[in-house]
Design a protein. Structure first.
Length: 81
């Protein structure tokens, strides 16, 4: 799958669900051993490194976060708009 196809699929997915979790990863032998979804994770890493994708996400005001921040917000009852 090309980076542009992966991006097109991902933006449809995000718009459908309103949010998404991505597990982008570098292509390593260890990654291939620990998960059967290694290729999807590598595509996601390539997608998020693409300058056009980065600009699109900025233009759409996409909020990036991590699990630690999500749990802190959950525990504090804080929602960011």
């Amino acid at each position: 799958m090309s980076v542009l196809k992966a991006f097109a699929w991902s933006t449809k997915y995000v718009k459908w669900f309103g949010a998404s979790i991505f597990h982008s990863s570098e292509d390593t032998e260890n990654l291939k051993i620990i998960t059967g979804s290694w290729q999807q994770r590598v595509w996601e890493a390539e997608m998020f490194a693409d300058p056009d994708v980065i600009q699109f996400l900025k233009d759409e005001k996409v909020i990036f976060t991590n699990w630690k921040e999500i749990m802190e917000r959950f525990n504090e009852g804080v929602v960011r708009n």
